[in-house]
Design a protein around this ligand. Structure first.
Ligand SMILES: *Cc1c(COP(=O)(O)O)cnc(C)c1O
Length: 322
């Protein structure tokens, strides 16, 4: 399990290279949620999501010698973009295995950072297996998307940054996919603010962390169907899940409609472009599913990489449907 010192070391390592992202608040959101809400804008992080923190900490934890053959991962989105971006900054060769049906927007973002692209299959298992194979053949280091101590510690730097920015708060809401983000943040926060609560948020239609948390063991999903593409994980990590069990207070679920409403709210009212995976926390607040009232609450906006064609469809749907 990672330690608070691991997160502190990660923060020192990445501090000159990652953005310290701003924290925003809104009277309207406070009134609608009956809370005092602070939004941590990781949608404004380099590469467009918090995944830059974990990827950068991973690369900086390797020796120059280890980096000689480059790094490789499988990703359809933010982890691939983050690793490509971190690799460009450190002048390291990056290969990203993407699905055959990758969106043009994501492909051009990864290419834009100069990474080598390989297409393979459609599922995360297929592309991660292929990435692992490339690693065996070329000596490139495999960089997992969430289930690694360096990744978890990198994501946890958000927790330390929040304590610097806000001093104290009652609760933090965190999106859950493979749980690299929430494991890192909960480790950092619970070790320093003993009374702060940590809540995970997942889509109803991709609820593997919720099911695993309630069952007390890993539960793998067969059917996943959500617009929150960063949260389409079949099962939490074997390293991340024990941290979730130890530190997380509860997991909240939100519907697809609630996610779309949150995306549109953030754009229209707060001028923040946040992708569905990053807006689930605000969805939990706006839908009244967050159980505490009149508390100081932080919601993590985890990313902003969104397909504008899909976004325009959701805006129409929400605005016309009311
Ligand atoms: C990857 C991702 C998540 C989930 O992070 P995990 O560490 O897999 O739990 C949440 N939001 C966005 C925008 C992501 O890219």
């Amino acid at each position: 399990m990672i330690t608070l010192q691991d997160v502190r070391d990660a923060k020192r390592r990445i501090s000159q290279l990652a953005h310290t992202t701003p924290v925003f608040s809104s009277q309207t959101l406070n009134i609608l949620s009956e809370s005092s809400v602070f939004l941590k804008a990781e949608n404004l992080q380099k590469s467009g999501s918090f995944k830059f923190r974990g990827a950068m900490n991973f690369l900086l934890s390797l020796s120059r010698e280890n980096l000689r053959n480059g790094v490789v991962t499988g990703s359809s989105g933010n982890h691939g973009q983050a690793l490509a971006c971190a690799g460009k900054i450190l002048n390291t060769n990056v290969t990203v295995v993407v699905p055959e049906d990758v969106s043009a927007a994501k492909l051009s973002a990864i290419k834009g950072y100069g990474a080598r692209i390989e297409r393979c299959g459609r599922t995360s298992t297929e592309r991660l297996n292929r990435a692992y194979e490339i690693s065996q053949q070329t000596g490139a280091i495999f960089v997992p998307p969430f289930d690694h101590p360096w990744i978890m510690a990198g994501q946890g730097t958000i927790g330390l940054e929040l304590i610097e920015q806000l001093c104290d708060f009652d609760a933090v809401l965190v999106p859950c996919g493979g749980c690299g983000l929430i494991s890192g943040i909960s480790k950092a926060i619970k070790e320093i603010l003993k009374n702060a609560r940590v809540y995970g948020v997942e889509p109803e239609q991709s609820n593997s962390t919720y099911l695993s948390f309630k069952a007390g063991h890993l539960v793998e999903l067969k059917n996943i169907n959500t617009i929150a593409d960063g949260l389409r994980t079949a099962v939490p990590g074997t390293l991340t899940f024990p941290v979730v069990q130890k530190y997380v207070d509860d997991i909240l679920l939100v519907s697809e409609q609630e996610i779309k409403r949150a995306v549109v709210f953030l754009l229209e009212r707060m001028k923040l472009l946040v992708e569905p995976s990053g807006a689930v926390t605000v969805a939990a607040l706006l839908s009244g599913k967050f159980p505490l009232k009149n508390k100081k609450v932080v919601a993590i906006l985890s990313g902003g990489n969104v397909d504008l064609f899909a976004l325009s469809k959701w805006i129409k749907e929400i605005k016309q449907g009311g």
